[in-house]
Design a protein around this ligand. Sequence first.
Ligand SMILES: NC(=O)c1ccc[n+]([C@@H]2O[C@H](COP(=O)([O-])OP(=O)(O)OC[C@H]3O[C@@H](n4cnc5c(N)ncnc54)[C@H](OP(=O)(O)O)[C@@H]3O)[C@@H](O)[C@H]2O)c1
Length: 251
Amino acid sequence: MKIVVIGGTGLIGSKTVERLRGQGHEVIAASPNTGVNTITGEGLSEALAGTDVVLDLANSPSFEDKAVLEFFETSGRNLIAAEKAAGVRHHIALSVVGTERLQESGYFRGKLAQEKLIRQSGIPYTIVHSTQFMEFLSGIAQSGTVGQTVHLSPAYVQPIASDDVADAMAKAALSAPANATVEIAGPERVRLSELVARYLKATNDARVVEADPEARYFGARLDDNSLVSNDNPHLGNITFEQWFATSKSAK
Ligand SMILES: NC(=O)c1ccc[n+]([C@@H]2O[C@H](COP(=O)([O-])OP(=O)(O)OC[C@H]3O[C@@H](n4cnc5c(N)ncnc54)[C@H](OP(=O)(O)O)[C@@H]3O)[C@@H](O)[C@H]2O)c1
């Protein structure tokens, strides 16, 4: 089977490409760095020729409100048009658990726009909603940092390791389209402020976390249900302690 992974050089993309190639599939890791750009259209129709399945694992280079919306709308439109021309049979995209509840945030308005284009495209699809990646904890800490204090909501999170996400994406590529949203999450539910405090301590980072229910998560106020799934998500196996013990990005 020929599979194109848009964003195939990224965190989840590169691990997913590795898994699918390991199972003997013909896989193109498509990204600007490999000559395929979903914004300009460069290399897109050539990459998609004869493709059965497309996994969209790209992310916006800028998280600024307008830039994110433009990225996911333009990329989504170009990709859908190219997939229709190539006769692609299954489009899979990675989005975030709670996207529809986080619409105060420009980033999540961009993700919802991406999802809407997919649902309306007529191409059989699977949207995978994931909770926060463990590898993203340092980015979350950075987003709440003012001086030496990290302001974060104590809302619940259920972080998942990128290896578990890549397993789920590879599995979705080899399964029939769900024509629905499916959810994946990590094995443990913890409070965001407490988890980031543990992470900073474990990485010998001197910043101090202040739990503040009003602290915004990329622009959105959180409650205990915002970032977690109550819909029986498929659970990853890797705990925070296991991830921390083995992951390079945790050191
Ligand atoms: N972070 C989280 O906790 C979280 C949780 C749930 C879902 N997600 C979603 O997971 C997805 C993947 O995230 P990630 O952290 O793996 O991303 P990442 O490591 O930042 O990688 C982004 C990828 O997008 C590619 N890209 C950028 N502009 C492109 C363009 N114009 N055309 C084609 N490809 C382009 C990049 O290519 P180059 O290397 O060539 O620049 C790179 O391969 C995102 O959609 C995100 O919303 C994230």
